[in-house]
Design a protein around this ligand. Sequence first.
Ligand code: CO
Length: 139
Amino acid sequence: MKLGRLNHVGVATPSIENSVELYRTMLGATRIGEPFDLPAQGVRVCFVDTPNSQIELIEPLGADSPIAKFLERNPLGGQHHVCFEVPDIHAAKSELEARGARVLGEPRIGAHGTPVFFLHPKDMGGVLTEIMESPKRAH
Ligand code: CO
């Protein structure tokens, strides 16, 4: 297992529109994607580009969204997870499990169209950690 680049920081929000406005007016963000639904994960997502990474704004999609509970505890929203890239999702899952980390569910297609899984925050010093297979870039 070799730690790859920080792909994004996940930020939960009750309103993607309001958060986009905040990143635009407060921090001067200019590269902002179109929001889209990710029904398999119960979230609506929008990426704000930074020069070296991205902020993933996540809004609940439906009442049973995993983000809904987070927003009950954090009504303003807040930092939700960090996401690191790995070259091979299945190899990473096996290695992390062998080291005693709890992987939450099976790898599934994430917001960038490549497989992802999450590590239990109790096994990562309290930080919900997403592991994402790097997009295959054209050579
Ligand atoms: Co994410």
